[in-house]
Ligand binder design. Structure first.
Ligand SMILES: NC(=O)c1ccc[n+]([C@@H]2O[C@H](COP(=O)([O-])OP(=O)(O)OC[C@H]3O[C@@H](n4cnc5c(N)ncnc54)[C@H](O)[C@@H]3O)[C@@H](O)[C@H]2O)c1
Ligand SMILES: [Zn+2]
Length: 354
């Protein structure tokens, strides 16, 4: 068990047990609603159901998947809260991956001008990334996370037992964010990661705790994403464009898989722009290729890829914004690169897989 104590709430990493439920009882909420999607209702509820029974919670289930992270689903959640008689002193427990955390937090954060919520992230991605930092929201008008708010949960309960029912692919995808956190902030963690080429015997409590601590520290210095928090964007400028492109094909990539390719490209840019050493570039490239294999970025689609990067909301003017590594364990925000250099970085990625 590991606890990360923040100013207003704790992040508990480890098996959810009696101490959690006792704490919940101590809060004396007037009622508890548990939000799940169809998968977490089946796979994750059994882990917490018995402990929650004494609170006689209202279960709200929505369909699984990013395509349901919408205002329509939110409306359904608000309706269910009304029908259960939820008031200002209720608490919503968001039991699911990043979709449930973002949307459940959004619904709770706006219901009757905001009620409390607890994040119970059930994917690796949501434990190390989505459940920390207070960003909540839904997809709207075809734009991801375009409507939402910043608001902290009352607690985060991250239990690695939830990973037992995640596919290897989902787990590996979430792991990319752990690698990212090491690359931007902790060379020691990066060195330890080098020896981990299979994810079957990872001490998750330890790794989730250390990785969350990195994200939390960055968020604490820039809670409203005015500057420094962009550090977390390493690999994501090009990674998002790759993700968007493959989303339209028959072989979509998971977020972490696309970001892994993006991190190779942006490590190459780091070498060009900030002088990341060739030894470290090689280390990074070979580690990602070992874990994630290789996809080919279609260079005949380069204009579409660049257009996606230009639309990124982290750009401040017409230039494409990057967070790059001067060396492993350090990061510099607000870096830019010409379109030619960006295309070269993707060519480097394509070559690296040959
Ligand atoms: N708020 C933030 O700071 C932040 C950061 C990163 C990502 N996000 C958001 O997170 C979302 C992605 O998160 P995600 O990858 O967790 O997606 P997700 O919530 O869609 O979960 C992925 C899939 O796994 C299923 N699932 C969840 N837990 C499971 C379990 N324990 N066993 C079996 N199946 C399980 C889900 O039903 C879903 O089908 C995106 O919407 C993204 O925008 C938010
Ligand atoms: Zn990410």
């Amino acid at each position: 068990m590991a606890t990360l104590q923040l100013e207003h709430y704790n992040i508990e990493i480890g098996p959810i047990g009696e101490a959690h439920f006792q704490w919940l009882a101590d809060q004396q909420f007037a009622g508890i609603a548990v939000l799940t999607d169809s998968n977490t209702a089946q796979h994750c509820c059994p882990i917490v159901e018995a402990g929650l029974a004494k609170f006689n919670p209202t279960y709200i289930e929505v369909p699984a998947g990013e395509q349901h992270k919408t205002i329509e689903t939110s409306q359904y959640i608000w309706e269910q809260l009304f029908q259960a008689g939820a008031g200002r002193n209720w608490c919503v427990l968001n039991l699911g991956g990043g979709v449930i955390g973002d949307m459940g937090g959004f619904c709770a954060g706006t219901f009757k001008r905001g009620i409390d919520f607890i994040q119970v992230p059930t994917t690796l991605l949501s434990q190390v990334d989505a459940s920390v930092g207070g960003k909540l929201g839904i997809d709207f008008f075809g734009v991801k996370n375009s409507v939402g708010l910043f608001r902290d949960p009352r607690a985060v309960w991250a239990d690695p037992r939830f990973f037992h029912t995640l596919s290897d692919r989902e787990l590996r995808s979430g792991f990319a964010e752990i690698i990212k956190h090491a690359l931007i902030a902790d060379a020691q963690q990066w060195n330890e990661l080098q020896s981990m080429t299979t994810l079957s015997e990872v001490d998750w409590t330890n790794w989730v705790a250390r990785s969350v601590a990195i994200k939390q520290q960055i968020v604490a210095e820039d809670p409203m994403e005015k500057g420094l928090r962009k550090a977390l964007n390493f690999g994501h400028t090009i990674g998002h464009a790759i993700e968007s492109y493959f989303l339209e094909t028959d072989t979509p990539l998971l977020h972490g898989e696309a970001i892994a390719a993006g991190m190779i490209c942006e490590a190459w840019l780091s070498a060009e722009v900030l002088g990341l050493s060739s030894t470290e570039l090689e280390q990074i490239t070979s580690y990602f290729l070992t874990l994630y294999g290789h996809q080919t970025i279609p260079m005949n689609e380069s204009e579409t890829l660049l257009a996606t990067m230009r639309q990124d909301k982290k750009n401040e003017d017409s230039r494409i914004n990057f967070s790059l590594l001067p060396s492993i364990g350090a990061v510099e925000v607000n870096q830019t690169a010409s379109p030619e250099l960006i295309l070269k970085s993707m060519e480097f990625y394509n070559e690296s897989g040959r």
